[in-house]
Structures are given as C-alpha cells and as structure tokens.
Design a protein around this ligand. Sequence first.
Ligand code: FAD
Ligand code: UDP
Length: 378
Amino acid sequence: MFDYLIVGAGFAGSVLAERLASQAGKKILIIDKREHIAGNAYDYYNEDGILIHKYGPHIFHTNSKEVFDYLGKFTPWRPYEHKVLASVDGQLVPIPINLNTINELYGLNLNSSEVETFFASKAEPITRVQTSEDVVVGKVGRELYEKFFRGYTRKMWDLDPSELDASVTARVPTRTNRDNRYFTDTYQSMPLHGYTYMFQKMLSHPNIKVMLNTDYKEIIDIIPHKQLIYTGPIDAYFNYCYGKLPYRSLEFKFETIDADTFQPTGTVNYPNSQAYTRITDFKYLTGQKHAKTAVVYEFPQAEGDPYYPVPRPENAEVYKKYQQLAATVTNTYFAGRLATYKYYNMDQVVAQSLTLFKKIMQSSEQHLNGKATPILQA
Ligand code: FAD
Ligand code: UDP
C-alpha cells in the first residue's frame, strides 16, 4: 500500500514526493503519462549532443532563499542572468524596456531622470489598472505598447491585451536604468547538469517509485494508496463538469546550428513580425561548450499540451468552481500550475508545494492529537 499516489512528475509532484519520502518516511508512487520525469522542465541532449529544453526555454530565478536552498540540495548551480532583445523597427533592443532601449530605438542620449519624464509624457492616465493593456499604456504610452506588447500578446494568447489580466504583461516591467537583465531576482542560476539530473536526484529516495507512460486513470483503481496528490489540469480531473478551462499551448521547432552561437543573446523576441514569438539559443542558458548550438522557435497554439493557464476574469470564475469542488474531495490534494490554474514560474510552484507539504504535516499531527482541521487548497 502506498501512502501517496502522486500524479505528475514535474516540480509540484516531485517536490512533494521528495519531502513526504525523506521527511515523513512516506511510501510514494509518482506517475506521469509522459515518458520522462521533470514535467515541462525536462531537458535532454539532442542527437548532436546539445542540451535542450523539450518544452521551451526554462530559466530559473527566485527571490526565495528557501526555494533556492531547497533545490540546491539536488544540484550544483551555474550563475546565469538571462538577457532578451526585441526585434523592433529593424533593430534589436533590450526588453524589458529600459533607458538603453529608448536611447537605441529613438537615437537619443537621455539619462535616467530624462527617460522618466519621457515615459510620463507618453503615459496615458489610467484610473484603475485592470488589464494587460492598462499596465503598459499607463506606464509608457501607446506607441511603445504597440511596438513591444500588443502584437506579441495577441500572437501568444490569441487575445488582445485588453482582454487579459494586468498580471500577464506586468511580468515584464519598465525600467529607467540601464539594467538589461530580464529578471532582477536575488537568485538567478541554472542547474549545472540540467533540470532532468536535478529531478533524478530528487526522486532517488528509496521510498519513491516512479512509473512513466501511465495515465493515472489506468491505475488509480488498481494500485492501493491512502492519499492522492494531483498536479495535472484540474478541469480534466473533474471530467470538465464546469466546462473546459482554457490553457494556451505552443509548438516548438528545434534546429541545430553549425556555429558557436546563433544570436547575440539567450532570447530574441519578435513582437510584430514572424509567426513565432521568440527564438532561444540554448547554449547561453546551459553554458555548454560545444562547436554547434541549438535553438528553439515558439509557435503559440490553441490546441495541444496545456502549458499556460489564461489569466482573465471569466476563467478565474470557472476555476473557482473547480477549486470549491476540489475542497470537498477527501484524501486528495491539488498542486502545481495546471491543478491550481496559476501562471506560476518554477520557483512559485516549488514554494507552493513546500507550503502544501508543511500543511499536510501539520494536519497529520493534529489528526494524531485528535484535533484535525481540513486543509484548504492553495
Ligand atoms: P508540469 O511541469 O506541467 O507537470 C505536470 C505533469 O503532470 C506533467 O508532466 C504531465 O505529463 C503530468 N500529467 C498531467 N495529467 C496527467 C495524467 N492524467 N496522468 C499522469 N500524468 C499526468 N518557469 C520559470 O520559472 N522560468 C522559465 O523560464 C519558464 N519558462 C517556461 C517556458 C514555457 C514554454 C512553459 C510552458 C513554462 C515555463 N515556465 C517557466 C513555467 C514552468 O514550466 C512551470 O512553472 C513548472 O514546470 C510547473 O510545474 P508543475 O509540476 O506544476 O507542472
Ligand atoms: N510580452 C510582450 N512582449 C514581450 C515580452 C512579453 O508583450 O516582448 C507579454 C506577453 O503577453 C507575454 C507576457 O508579457 O505572454 C509575459 O512574458 P514572459 O516573458 O514572462 O512570458 P513566458 O516566459 O512566461 O512565456
């Protein structure tokens, strides 16, 4: 009898498996319908021996010391600060928009306070910032919004920024300094030997059994277990009883290039041209030494593997109904980006899983003391 059956061997499932096995001595079966562990963070060496990310570029960054130290138990880190250029008006300029972006784009020589005045003169007054359009237009005005955000967002989500929560474009800030980094988190590093290696270490505990190529529906009634942790799409778990939750998908096109690098930086975004949103050159991310490099193009799709929850009010409403239903299911927990329908980065999923682990531990202690209270889902 397994103490936990965990569905999904991505960050959410693997962190919970590792914690429950190593800290609570629980017996775990973790399964995935894919042929590999690591979920969307899975990486592998392609036929040319270049380390690539099967589900698009994954760059680790966090402000949480707890998350960074926790993952650091399973991998050495390689410091890496991601930089992105946007192809705009025939130039490659830094994104997030910063002082360098404005000076290069308009042939100016502004300083920080001058660019602040520049943004203020372009910004439209927005009384209540609600949508992804409001965020950008309210900070830098419509022209920069059109150049950098509107086309990219429409391509990525098949929605106008005015139809998406503010949180989506708010992921990309505006700066008045010359900081060309994509992220400003305290910890910015990549797992030295790749994500899959890190997951192998996480799941190497003798109490953890891994089963791949298996949908949980095939085994849930056959394999005895006390509790279930589910990290797949929440609407699928409940047979879409409140309708389908939209998840945006992507198609990836990989190429090996017979050159040390393909482009001047890790990622180049194409807001207003091309069918793809961005091209990523893996060797910047992985630091691998190799005579060739590999790149991936990302083509947004409506159908396909569910990658991105779509943050907008009507979807939040539907998710809320599933969340309420989830709270009524006994001995079952829901975690991760798909099961909690949150546009979470890797570190946020790790933090969410560490929190759920602590709650499970507290609740089982209370249970032993006869003071059990139900766990509220994240
Ligand atoms: P997943 O990794 O999706 O794992 C869920 C697993 O459940 C999957 O392996 C799936 O096969 C399995 N599963 C689902 N249904 C079933 C079933 N019925 N039976 C069995 N198994 C099932 N985050 C960052 O921090 N930095 C980045 O740079 C970054 N880039 C990204 C780029 C792309 C293109 C995408 C799509 C995501 C990116 N992310 C990034 C987000 C990151 O991928 C997620 O935060 C993280 O992988 C979520 O982990 P998870 O365990 O919740 O979900
Ligand atoms: N975005 C944009 N232009 C860019 C980069 C981002 O319009 O050059 C918007 C777009 O809506 C995108 C969102 O900001 O989906 C979040 O960008 P991020 O790079 O965080 O996306 P992710 O890496 O999660 O795909």
